[in-house]
Design a protein. Structure first.
Length: 114
């Protein structure tokens, strides 16, 4: 796993799956992002739920996904009660103002609840 500033991020998932499922996972296994109403879930190739990204990262990724960014997710490590995944930006929009996904300069607009 090669960390690239602004393009990659290591994340511990929340609301993880059962212990038996987590212990059956293999390092470097590829997962998929599944946007839900509030969180973004991480699922295996057969659709099995693994866990979810934290709220702040889910909000950021939802906005980025709708604006043309794409990602790959793979398992970095898993224990009986935690999962760590490696998130890498694959593609970003072609417009000149597109910044790396995890750059501090990229500000995500927050909708006000009125």
């Amino acid at each position: 796993f090669i960390e690239e500033s602004g393009l990659t991020k290591t994340v511990f998932l929340i609301k993880v799956a059962s212990r038996e499922l987590l212990l059956s996972l293999c390092c470097k296994e590829i997962f998929y992002l599944t946007p839900k109403s509030r969180l973004i879930s991480v699922t295996s190739a057969d659709g099995t739920y693994i866990g979810s990204f934290p709220d702040d990262l889910s909000l950021r990724l939802k906005w980025l996904l709708t604006h043309g960014y794409s990602y790959t997710v793979c398992l970095k490590n898993a224990s009986d009660n935690s999962v760590c995944v490696f998130l890498r930006e694959l593609k970003r929009p072609t417009r000149k103002t597109a910044l790396p996904s995890f750059s501090k300069a990229l500000k995500i607009p927050v909708k006000s609840s009125k």
